[in-house]
Design a protein around this ligand. Structure first.
Ligand SMILES: C[S@@+](CC[C@H](N)C(=O)[O-])C[C@H]1O[C@@H](n2cnc3c(N)ncnc32)[C@H](O)[C@@H]1O
Length: 259
């Protein structure tokens, strides 16, 4: 394992306790289903950008009937866990996990019926380039369906937001709903829709913080040590603040490549 991995095994294991095995973001398979609501995933070839530890790839096949999922991620520990989860689910013939370098998507034009992504585009600064590339790899009529962590405006982040981003220590490149919408439309997407999930995650994140500081704390400290747990408590406290102000506003995003 590369010691520079942002999503290390220990961090991924901690997040699995908070968010569920195979998930590095909140909401589990229920939130995935809400992102995909109304879209026909059955028999589709799906690309999952930033597949993390693979719980979503498994859900896309098992719960939504995708014919095949290609999950890509830049972190070796995440790819290894995702490959293991696909194998444990008996889905190695329908899930392929690929470690990639950040940059353009290495797939032919029109390769996928659906491009999915959950809470990973926050790590990709060039939203416009990504939107154009996603459009390119979609079949005509295909859908981009994603969620991501956004900032509510394009101005200088508030002091609370800066503190939160610094506390995360990840390579966050947050952008506003207006910027995402413009990027999708400029790429050629139609039926573009953004849904603000701030109220939902503000409530969930408060519960997660209560879990970490309450009854679950002893078990978490036993397993991960107090340093990692205390660090995450500080991250969650900073995050809850900017969720409550509305500045941190997770969104669902979707758009269709015209037929
Ligand atoms: C918050 S995690 C979400 C993982 C997964 N989608 C989930 O919801 O469980 C973000 C993931 O994006 C990956 N990532 C960051 N930059 C990326 C890039 N340029 N291409 C693909 N994956 C990337 C990270 O390694 C990490 O696994």
């Amino acid at each position: 394992m590369d010691e520079n991995d942002l999503y290390s095994d220990a961090y991924n294991d901690f997040l699995a306790v908070v968010w569920g095995e195979g998930y590095l973001s909140p909401g589990g398979p229920e939130e995935v289903a809400r992102i995909l609501h109304g879209l026909d995933v059955k028999d589709a070839h799906v690309l999952d950008i930033g597949c993390g530890t693979g719980g979503i790839a498994v859900s896309l096949v098992r719960d939504h009937g995708a014919a095949h999922v290609t999950g890509i991620d830049i972190e070796a520990p995440a790819c290894a866990a995702a490959t293991r989860h696909a194998a444990e689910a008996g889905l190695t013939d329908r899930i392929a996990i690929r470690a990639v370098e950040p940059g353009p998507l290495d797939f032919a034009d029109g390769s996928f019926g659906i491009v999915f992504s959950k809470d990973s585009i926050i790590h990709i600064a060039d939203k416009e380039g990504l939107a154009a590339d996603v459009f390119r790899v979609l079949e005509p009529g295909g859908w981009f369906a994603a969620s991501d962590w956004l900032i509510s405006h394009d101005d200088e982040p508030s002091a609370d937001m800066k503190r939160y981003i610094e506390a995360e220590g990840l390579d966050f490149a947050m952008a506003s709903p207006a910027r995402y919408e413009a990027a999708l439309k400029a790429a050629g997407f139609e039926n573009v829709r953004l849904v603000n999930r701030n109220a939902w995650y503000a409530a969930v994140a408060r519960q997660e913080l209560d879990q970490m500081t309450g009854k679950a704390r002893v078990g978490l400290v036993d397993r991960f040590g107090s340093e990692l747990v205390d660090h995450n408590v500080e991250v969650w406290k900073a995050m809850v603040k900017v969720l409550e102000s509305g500045e941190h506003c997770p969104h669902h995003l979707r758009g269709q490549r015209p037929r």
